[in-house]
Write a protein that binds this ligand. Structure first.
Ligand code: SAM
Length: 278
């Protein structure tokens, strides 16, 4: 197996992309800073708008050559900058969906001069017509009530009723609350349920998922539990340590099914021998 696979490197993503051969990655899942001023233990979320857009363009142009010709990209954004970034990406790829992630935030007062924002915007882009998309892997089963309502003879045995429906472009998945068992110590951790859906739909089994901004390692955990490989980058060493812990406990849960060892999180200058194995 290639030495960079199943590894999170504690380094800047644009530097790190050089480790990865061109046209080798099946799927990029990117959850970059949104330019909201959040504290990731670095200044990455504190760029002013014009610098932020330049930086986004820079890493996108360094990442896209890594994708295979039939590769896909999901990118998490906020409504503040998704228009500019979608225009930029549409000059480079084909846009398939704008997915709205409804974070299911309860009403808590919120804004008084505008409507309260409770969603993230996700762009789904593909490299070309032959892109990988496994709808059957992500279908949602119909509930018993719907099936019963479709019990007229014309529906009996209908394949679509048995195999479930195509998820819509509104994904209503609760954000990870402080007391959620999935919760890690990261301010913008994404739910595994969302990343699992992206990987199962858009990366073939045993394929490679690249996440330039690993944060707490959600993409890495999801890739392993879905039977895919990952590679990723994260500036903050504390988040790398969190990813390492999450991967270890997820691997322990998967142990009976496990057939491939997972590489540990590695700092820029660490040799492989010094690292903890999962
Ligand atoms: C929105 S968070 C990602 C959260 C992640 N999806 C999760 O579920 O935990 C963005 C992360 O990107 C990291 N980051 C920012 N700039 C970076 C860069 N140039 N290279 C690598 N990581 C970076 C930040 O430290 C932060 O943890």
């Amino acid at each position: 197996m290639d030495s960079y696979l199943n590894t999170i490197f504690n380094e800047d993503a644009v530097d790190g992309f050089k480790r990865i051969p061109d046209a080798s990655v099946d799927l990029i899942i990117a959850d970059p800073p949104y330019s909201l001023g959040k504290d990731y233990g670095n200044e990455s979320d504190k760029l002013k708008a014009s610098d932020y857009l330049l930086w986004m363009e820079r890493w996108i142009d360094s990442a896209l050559p890594k994708l295979k010709p039939n590769g896909c990209l999901y990118i998490f954004l906020t409504w503040r900058f998704s228009p500019e970034i979608f225009v930029m990406l549409k000059q480079r790829m084909q846009m398939m969906n704008e997915i709205i992630w409804d974070r299911r935030v309860p009403s808590m007062g919120g804004s008084v001069r505008s409507f309260t924002s409770v969603h993230d915007t996700i762009g789904f882009f593909v490299n070309g017509k032959g892109y990988y998309f496994d709808l059957d892997a992500v279908r949602i089963p119909y509930d018993a009530e719907t099936k019963k309502a479709r019990s007229r003879s014309i529906f009996v045995g209908a394949k679509w009723l048995e195999i479930g429906y195509n998820p819509k472009d509104l994904w209503s998945v609760s954000r990870i609350h402080k007391c959620d068992p999935e919760r890690a110590d990261h301010p913008t951790q994404k739910p595994l349920e969302i990343i699992d859906r992206m990987i199962n739909a858009s990366c073939p089994p045993d394929g490679i998922v690249l996440d330039p901004f690993m944060g707490s390692g959600t993409t890495a955990v999801s890739a392993r539990r879905c039977g895919r490989n990952f590679v990723g980058f994260e500036l903050n060493p504390d988040y790398c340590a969190i990813s390492e812990q999450r991967l270890a406990s997820s691997e322990a849960q998967l142990m009976p099914k496990k057939n491939q060892p997972t590489e540990p999180v590695r700092g820029k200058n660490q040799s492989k021998q010094k690292l903890l194995e999962f």
